[in-house]
Design a binder for this molecule. Structure first.
Ligand code: ZN
Length: 105
């Protein structure tokens, strides 16, 4: 197996791999969930995840940092997607109802 070394932190990397120390928070979260996050969704996700981190650190007297923030942001992203899907579903059901004017079973 061939390795290269990160020039910043010295970690062993696969050829072509970006070291975690070079990744932005967004890139780390994207690696964690396995897909890209659109920028406009990311901004909302990041600020909410940071609020959650600060809140939990205060509440439990912890000092969780960026590794934990990655997990929180991934959770927040999934919650956002679920919430959007639910709103879209409810909107569709409302439109169906209006089309049927209450006559559909
Ligand atoms: Zn590194």
């Amino acid at each position: 197996m061939m390795y290269t070394q990160c020039s910043r932190c010295g970690a062993n990397l696969d050829p072509g791999e970006i070291c975690d120390c070079e990744k932005t928070l967004k890139q780390k979260v994207e690696s964690h969930i396995g897909k890209p996050i659109p920028q406009e969704e990311w901004e909302e996700c990041e600020s909410y995840a940071r609020r959650k981190l600060n809140f939990q650190n205060k509440l439990f007297n912890k000092n969780n940092g960026e590794d934990y923030l990655v997990l929180l942001a991934a959770d927040v992203y999934h919650e956002q997607q679920m919430s959007k899907a639910t709103i879209n579903f409810m909107q569709t059901m409302k439109e169906v109802d209006e089309l049927c004017k209450g006559q559909c079973v």
